[in-house]
Design a protein around this ligand. Structure first.
Ligand code: GDP
Length: 466
């Protein structure tokens, strides 16, 4: 371990000396829980940057300092490339549809030729800046919490959380009836893991965010391997080698060392800027429990970015830290723009709360609401004699409809204060029915796909480096 650390330190020094002579690189991490909008965000952002179409809030673009933008081969040649072209074709083709979601990690390099800003910009030549975008599931970040927990601690914490959830009833019955002191039988281990995975899937669907271990939901090429064939168990009195409990503990430790640590060491540790996408509208619609769970999850995510929060992380980061973190509520085109300030205020309140809970200090953080691909236009509709601020879009089957999602509270405390009784429902009108597909024919050459505040997000995340 020590040699590893020393080697990294030396490598770090060499690369920073090398950095004096090479082009600057920004490594932007894009994460968020499954379906938060990562794929759409990256595709929309890259398309708009390549076209420099709809990016007035990105200063370098507004000042006309970006001469060209192009895609390049990525530096990590063993990582899958983010399938930008395929996703863009899906979103903007003749029959536009949403692209396939993030299942694993991927990367894309975008390079900029920019004229520097400032007093002496005339004296400086053009500069090339690379933007390496790293797309990874937010569930993988939450796995960080496992590193500090033994199998027994993790089992206890998981049971405590699951005991109140109807989605876990079946798994709890199987796990509690199990005797971990019995010799390992593979089919029982597999049945337990399958039932635990079924619970995680159902919890995810019900809107819960804390569905870890992350790879159980997005296994990729680890599907079916022993490292994903474990589940929490009550501790028996006999935990000797060869018992089911002992084997489960061994696999849990294997998951930590072979799956979780390599991700943090090889990829997470190199991120400079981070955007965390949050499907806040769905959590608000799902109700107080989902929102409470989102609050906790945001704090857990922030913990991963807190220097010194975890001894393993401190070892691999060696003092390096993420400089900026943006928490963005996605899919803001589901609500009329008059509701956007409320959505942003809710995100800001959630971020403040997460910062307090995670005792977070350091990186610059910001909260906003955006739509990476705007699929709706605004429209007023009359219902029961009342004029409602609605949005109109195309349903997957092709029909155009105007819908009213319901309201967000003006004061975020009505949604988030611990004293709330859960009696108030928000976004309870048509929100559940709003399965809009991307709009047709909105793309003009050099314009970039339509969005809401993607340019502001870009300015916060990378604007100072262009
Ligand atoms: P990922 O799992 O984080 O990669 O999520 P995706 O980017 O695949 O997005 C999940 C789903 O959210 C998409 O299939 C869309 O239905 C929806 N979505 C994402 N971004 C937007 C957006 O900007 N506007 C709208 N209306 N829907 C979006």
């Amino acid at each position: 371990m020590l040699t590893d650390t020393v080697t990294r330190r030396v490598e770090g020094t060499i690369s920073s000396v090398g950095g004096l002579f090479t082009d600057p690189v920004i490594r932007l991490g894009v994460t968020g829980l499954s379906r938060a909008g990562k794929t759409v965000f990256i595709t929309g952002l890259v398309a708009n940057l390549l076209d420099r179409g709809r990016m007035p809030q990105l200063k370098a673009a507004a000042e006309g300092r970006i001469e060209s933008v192009w895609l390049q081969p990525q530096p990590d040649i063993t990582l899958p490339r983010f399938e930008y072209e395929r996703h863009l074709a899906a979103m903007t083709g003749d029959d536009p549809r949403w692209p396939d979601s993030t299942r694993s990690i991927s990367e894309l390099r975008l390079s900029f030729r920019v004229r520097p800003s400032g007093m002496f910009s005339g004296l400086q030549g053009m500069q090339t800046v690379h933007l390496d975008i790293l797309d990874y599931p937010g569930e993988w970040l939450l796995d960080l919490a496992l590193l500090d927990k033994s199998y027994e601690e993790w089992s206890d914490a998981t049971f405590a959380r699951l005991s109140r959830r109807p989605q876990a009833r079946e798994f709890l019955a199987i796990a509690r009836a199990e005797d971990g002191a019995r010799p390992l039988e593979e089919d029982r281990a597999q049945a337990l893991a399958a039932s635990f995975t079924a619970y995680l899937t159902a919890a995810r669907k019900a809107g819960f965010s804390d569905c870890t271990p992350g790879r159980f939901l997005l296994p990729g090429d680890l599907a079916g391997s022993p490292v994903l064939t474990f589940a929490p168990l009550p501790r028996p009195s006999d935990t000797r080698r060869g018992t089911l409990w002992n084997e489960m503990a061994r696999r849990y430790e294997g998951y930590k060392s072979e799956v979780v640590r390599p991700f943090f060491r090889n990829h997470f540790s190199r991120i400079d800027r981070q955007v965390v996408l949050v499907d806040a509208l769905s959590a608000i619609h799902d109700g107080p429990q989902a929102l409470e769970d989102l609050r906790r999850t945001m704090a857990d995510i922030l913990t991963a970015f807190r220097p010194g929060s975890n001894s393993f992380l401190s070892q691999i980061l060696l003092g390096k830290r993420v400089e900026r973190i943006l928490f963005a509520a996605t899919k803001a085109d589901h609500v009329h723009h008059s509701q956007h300030p409320r959505l942003t205020a809710i995100m800001q309140a959630l971020l403040r709360d997460a910062r307090d809970r995670a005792a977070f200090a350091g990186a610059r953080t910001e909260a906003m609401s955006l739509a990476a691909l705007r699929a709706t236009v605004e429209e007023e509709i009359t219902r029961g004699g009342e004029v409602l601020e609605a949005v109109r879009g195309r349903l997957a089957e092709g029909r155009q409809v105007a819908m009213y999602p319901g309201e967000l509270p003006e004061d975020p405390a009505r949604l988030l204060s611990p004293a709330r009784e859960g009696a108030e429902r928000w976004l309870d009108a048509d929100f559940a029915l709003m399965g809009f597909a991307p709009a047709r024919g909105d793309l003009r050459p050099g314009e970039g796909p339509p969005h809401i505040r993607l340019d502001r997000a870009a300015q916060f995340l990378i604007g100072d480096r262009l």
